[in-house]
Design a protein around this ligand. Structure first.
Ligand code: THU
Length: 160
């Protein structure tokens, strides 16, 4: 038997102001995207903004459905949109923000497992990390250097 050990770390910033101007701008795009969420069932809005290598920003928000599983998270909406709009363009950074109608969220809201799996596909495809910044409505912001830091021991095309 050989143990496999995974280590990953996040950086947590007290506020958005601690981050660089370009990350602040990207997060502001995520806030705007969040306002486009269609979330009448959960009343939980999420916005994602992806910075591409050409400087363009592609956004997404969660889109819910009366048939609950037919809805989609903000991150996958944004990544699939970016993949469809610029199939060969590298994705550099993604900013994500979540807001609840029930309470003020001031701690980072991490992407769900299904979104991590969907996002890591693009990281593998482009063979370069995608930096993630995620937060609630206000307050602390977490940074991961890559999607794989949030999803070690991935299932990808090399497993097939
Ligand atoms: N949601 C996202 O958009 N991203 C996540 O990573 C977690 C959850 C959405 C899905 C659903 O519309 C609502 O938040 C509540 O789960």
């Amino acid at each position: 038997m050989k143990p496999l050990t995974f280590t990953s770390s996040l950086e947590v910033y007290d506020s958005l102001e601690e981050l660089s101007r370009d990350v602040q701008d990207l997060m502001l795009e995520a806030f705007k995207a969040r306002d486009t969420a269609y979330a009448p069932y959960s009343k939980f809005s999420v916005g994602a903004a992806i910075l591409l290598e050409n400087g363009e920003t592609v956004i997404g928000s969660n889109q819910e459905n009366a048939s609950y599983p037919s809805g989609l998270c903000a991150e996958r909406t944004a990544f699939f949109f970016a993949g469809a709009k610029h199939p060969e363009m590298e994705m550099k950074k993604v900013a994500i923000s979540a807001k609840s109608l029930q309470r003020l969220i001031e701690s980072p809201v991490p992407p769900c497992g299904a979104c991590r799996q969907a996002m890591v596909e693009y990281e593998v495809k482009q063979a370069a990390p995608i930096e993630l910044y995620f937060m609630g409505e206000a307050g602390k912001v977490a940074r991961a250097k890559s999607v794989q830091d949030l999803l070690p021991f991935i299932f990808d095309n090399s497993c097939m």
